[in-house]
Design a protein around this ligand. Structure first.
Ligand code: NAD
Length: 428
């Protein structure tokens, strides 16, 4: 029998409750941190290309800004909900705190499916989103960024609308902008590379040679593609990737025993990270069911698609060979599955640490945009490596010292820092 899927916000609150219990937080601090500080829900009316009007629903949630301006992506997704955005905003607060950048957490979303929208219609959604929220965001308040199904182009439309409303240039309003239009070099690589920086450290800690490992990746979008790029560059083999098939309305896994060829697959992948099934088959890939990525005899799993993908129902399918799960996606592992994974001694690099490279580089972009002075790519990626490695070491040291899982240790560091900032400001 299938278990009921978790509501992401309930999951985020459950994780927070566990940590606040371990840390012995007082009741007021718990109440403050288990809910967002501010939430905005609004309508975005758009005239479609066929002349009809359609009203889309948008959300922006600011979970906590005690450590600095809020930061977080805007997702376009047909299944978006306020609760998903709340959960993601809370995870952003912890993520910024665990990598120790001076920002708080936010998230945004629009219920829409870009697959079925023209470029012009998407532009109107972006501009409408900014018109609704412009008074409540800004370089010193809340700085949006791209996320699932939004790109540098979407960020530029949003920036343009914001600057029209402000009557002034304000490149620090948003990150993930195109390079040459205020974007940072290294941003598109940052999340995926960050996953691999932490993975490299975990392998060192476990005494495993990266060159001897094989991995499976769920998802083939921004995070997955760059995680695969760096992991392969430093000697790893990717056995399989999976992605969503828009036509079939289900996911597929693409496997090649000798290891996937990233460039070959990129050449047959659409802008949403969907691989052409027929062409992949012609290139010799086994086309398997969506969950097959989870069942392979590999050392490493990298879920890099969506939340709630490793569940009580499928966790038993993970091979006994798997030693590490590096969470590229946000919230990919549900709590019951997490407990099973811990019992099986699989080493989890939790999402708030593993995928924090994106927000770290966004912070670098904010700094560059505010200075109007841009760094070379090596400088950006070098600083990213230093920040991610330091965060990994801090989490791993605490985990060993206090005999915690990596997830609990990362949460403990993050929640302590945010709670302390709230106390220092006199909020509680
Ligand atoms: P993306 O839209 O570029 O790619 C998503 C990929 O997941 C696509 O290949 C899609 O086909 C695939 N996918 C969707 N549903 C699937 C399913 N059921 N099974 C298998 N594959 C599926 O998104 P992204 O930017 O790569 O983000 C992926 C995850 O990483 C999300 O959870 C996001 O919140 C998180 N994340 C992204 C960033 C970033 O900088 N992009 C930063 C931190 C966290």
């Amino acid at each position: 029998m299938k278990t009921k899927p978790f509501n992401s916000f309930e999951l985020a609150q459950m994780q927070f409750d566990r940590v606040s219990e371990q840390l012995g937080l007082d009741a007021a601090t718990r109440e403050l941190l288990r809910w967002p500080l501010r939430e905005y829900s609004f309508a975005i009316p758009v005239r479609l290309d066929d002349g009809t009007m359609k009203v889309f629903r948008g959300f922006r949630v600011q979970h906590n800004d005690a450590r600095g301006p809020c930061k977080g992506g805007i997702r376009f997704h047909p299944m978006e909900t306020l609760d998903t955005v709340r959960a993601l905003s809370m995870w952003m607060t912890w993520k910024c705190a665990v990598v120790d950048i001076p920002l708080g957490g936010a998230k945004g979303g629009v219920i829409c499916d870009p697959h079925n929208l023209s470029q012009r219609e998407q532009e109107q959604i972006c501009r409408g989103f900014v018109r609704q929220i412009s008074r409540n965001v800004g370089p010193a308040v809340d700085v949006p960024a791209p996320d699932v199904m939004t790109s540098a182009q979407h960020m530029l439309w949003m920036l343009d609308e914001f600057e029209i409303l402000e009557g002034a240039k304000s490149p620090g309003f948003i990150t993930g902008k195109p390079v040459g239009m205020g974007g940072s070099l290294g941003r598109k690589e940052a999340t995926g590379f960050g996953v691999v920086f932490t993975l490299r450290e975990a392998l060192k800690e476990l005494g495993i040679r990266l060159q001897d490992t094989r991995a499976c990746v769920q998802g083939f979008g921004n995070v997955a593609q760059y995680a695969i790029r760096l992991y392969q560059q430093i000697g790893g083999t990717v056995l399989a990737v999976s992605c969503w098939d828009q036509e079939d309305q289900e996911a597929h896994t693409f496997r090649k025993q000798a290891g996937i060829d990233l460039d070959e697959l990129l050449a047959i992948t659409d802008q949403f990270g969907g691989i052409d099934k027929a062409k992949a088959s012609d290139l010799g890939y086994d086309v398997l069911p969506g969950e097959a990525w989870l069942e392979q005899d590999v050392d490493i799993l990298i879920p890099a698609a969506l939340e709630s993908q490793i569940t009580a129902d499928n966790v038993g399918k993970i091979s006994t060979k798997v030693k590490i799960i590096a969470e590229g996606a946000n919230g990919p592992t549900e709590p019951q599955a997490d407990a099973t994974v811990n019992d099986r001694d699989i080493f989890v690099i939790p999402d708030l640490l593993a995928n924090a490279g994106g927000v770290t580089c966004s912070y670098f972009e904010q700094v560059q945009s505010n200075m109007n002075y841009y760094w070379v790519k090596d400088e950006v990626l070098g600083k990213l490596d230093v920040q991610m490695t330091s965060a990994y070491i801090a989490v791993s040291n605490l985990a060993r010292k206090e005999k915690l899982s990596m997830r609990d240790a990362a949460y403990a560091i993050a929640v302590r820092r945010v709670a302390q900032a709230c106390r220092d400001r006199g909020w509680i």
